[in-house]
Design a protein. Sequence first.
Length: 482
Amino acid sequence: MFKTSSSTHAELILLWSDDDIGKSMLYDDFDAVVGGVAPMPQYSKQKKMGAYVQVDDSLTVKGVALFIINFDRAGYPESGWNVPLSHLVELAGLGPDLGKGPIRLACRSQCPVSWHSTKMWDPVMKAEASTFAQIQRAIPEACKRLGIRQAKSYTFTETGIPVLTEAALQSYSAPPSSKEQQSLELEQKIQDLTLQLNTLMTEKEETLTLQSYVHQQQLDILQTQNMKLIEQHKGLKAQYDTQQERFDALSGQVISLSGIEDSLRQERTIHQKQLQELQLSLSAAGEQQQQIAKLLANKDQEYQTRMGRLKTEHLLSLDQRLEEEASRYLLSLKSLNAEIAEREEAINELESQVEALKHAQAQQQESGADSFLLKLESIGMNFVAFHAGVGNLSVPVSELVKYIQNPTAYVAAKCLVSESHYKLWLQHYESPRCNADIGDGQCCNSRLIRTDSPSRFVSGHSDRCVRHQGVDTAIINVLKFN
């Protein structure tokens, strides 16, 4: 029950199910749930949105804290959940007017304790599904069910006659003037619009973050597929090279057989010349010579028949082998060319998709970041960073993206040296010791006088002691002499 004092209030907890409030309870009961005394098994393994609500003795909402709580498998709140709801409401800024002036509101975009903002949520400000309208509709029924009654704002005199208290009389005081009323309404509208703007900005940031994550995941998948296709293309290229080597080997065999055929033809020519010579000699030798000529003719015919048969068999076998190898090679070559064309088309399509996603992601990131940087540049803001070699470096807003992409290269350019030269100097600057190799994987490690400027640093000289500087000079002179 409420006391008659106007400073008292009741504390309620409202929990949402889907798009409306599904459960209400006293804050003390919720505190017992958070303390692990009593679980809520109906919320097992669920993430719930809730509201801590303070109402005064007239059941009017005075303060709201919108929080998020996760329940484990057994229905207990997640370990370590300890959001000081009443404390946040005490420190919270102003929210909308729910009957008796602006309420105290703690939410994600208006959290007085920043490290608790991740466990808060922003209200829905749309008229058809307003979070505050849902709270106002749920409060009377929840108070009635939980036994909370509206307190009477009167006291009793010595004669037993009820008299209105000063608090009640103040509620019936003269209404404010029209200017004051307009000022209060304008201030309330400004507060409502500010809250709505903060809510929309938070929702937009979360949407952009989610879209960026999804685009990055898609980009990673496409890059993985692209790498697989490249590997497959390399495998097909290796198969093509192997088939080409086999074809070259068969071509060599054909050339070799052609050489053998030429040699046989030359032998035949020689034999024909010898036969002609023998025929000339036999024509002068008479009958014996004619017999010899006839015998030689028979031998020649026998030789020609044998050579023709061998040549025919050899050529048929060679032609058959060549046709088989050529057909097999052409089929394999056509298949490989078709596969290579398909792979190249898929690679080109994936590369275009990757470029499109990169372009879309870059545009999305730049659309948010550029507007913010332009605002900073419009107010004349620059960024200052400390780097060894240049000290405090002022980075204009127009060069901020270049600096973020590669701070080392940016600083090296400001020092008028290359990035690799600056890195060598920075290693010497952070540890001014001789790095000359003395064997067994060890270096000299003698202390040196630090070179403060990157432009004055000479690799192999500034980072060596006097003893090893001389050794390097001698080695260089020997190499030059040779």
